[in-house]
Design a protein around this ligand. Structure first.
Ligand code: ATP
Ligand code: MG
Length: 236
């Protein structure tokens, strides 16, 4: 693997150029942050946990016909991906109410959404990722209405696949955030899908097995991340 110049260093991952112009090298670091970077720590093994889980989930999504940026793992914390022109949106799918939707609207924590709720946020830390609607997305020139429909349908497909998978390993997929980007004329699923970007509850309880353990100091976050990872890799 040839790891080139650093293109971008985010809160949890470092993105480098590779020897190929259309591929990037993503390193998952041990950094964990919450509340727009207001809380931060380093946790040994966190990068490898998230990288492994992300790679695995991109794999099952590809098998189900969802196109992703994932190419292969180069080592336990390093992923080779297709270089996307990222669309600055966070596409959030919610099966049960938790987090901001409980703070902002009169839903009780754990309320079941049937059908699932899809929310889009404009990805801009300086503006605290405000919620955005379809007309504003189009007005900003990010996506056409037709592309928005395709992205939302893709996010719901991701939800179906992941929800069924996690159910099989005793975990409930409460919600998750994904990001998409353009690759030539196509739109691919990019970034990561990990315990940093999903809410997972131990089935039958509301016990967090994701970054909420860190956000709200509910226990040993690495123990939760290791448990999820071990269940995932024990499932095949
Ligand atoms: N395939 C890809 N091609 C180009 N950029 C990507 C790709 N996948 C993810 N990214 C971008 O790389 C960055 C990943 O870094 P990280 O998640 O650590 O950033 P972050 O701190 O969340 O910051 P940001 O708010 O910009 O995401 C994100 O900006 C993400 O949009
Ligand atoms: Mg990010």
């Amino acid at each position: 693997m040839t790891q080139g110049e650093i293109l971008y260093s985010g809160k949890a991952k470092t993105i480098c150029l590779s020897e190929k112009p259309d591929e990037l090298i993503v390193s998952f670091r041990d950094d964990i942050t919450a509340f727009d970077g207001g809380k931060k720590d380093q946790l040994q093994g966190k990068g490898a946990s998230n990288a492994g889980v992300s790679a695995f989930l991109f794999g099952i999504l590809e098998e189900s016909g969802v196109q992703t940026h994932f190419i292969r793992m180069e080592d336990p914390v390093t992923m080779r991906v297709k270089k996307l022109s990222m669309i600055p949106l966070e596409v959030i799918v919610r099966n049960r109410a938790a987090g901001s939707i409980v703070r902002n609207y009169p839903f009780t924590e754990g309320h079941y959404f049937d059908p699932p709720v899809v929310v889009t946020d404009y990805k801009d830390d300086t503006r605290h990722d405000p919620m955005i609607n379809d007309d504003i997305i189009v007005a900003l020139g990010l996506l056409t209405h037709e592309e928005i429909a395709r992205v939302k349908a893709s996010a719901l497909k991701v939800n179906l696949v992941l929800k069924a998978f996690f159910d099989g390993i005793g975990l409930e997929l409460v919600d998750f955030k994904i990001e998409y980007g353009r690759y030539g004329n196509t739109i691919l699923l990019g970034d990561e899908i990990s315990m940093d970007s999903m809410r997972l509850w131990e089935k039958g309880t509301m016990k967090s097995m994701d970054k909420d353990v860190y956000r709200f100091e509910k226990g040993d976050v690495m123990e939760a991340y290791r448990t999820v990872s071990a269940r995932i890799f024990g499932s095949r």
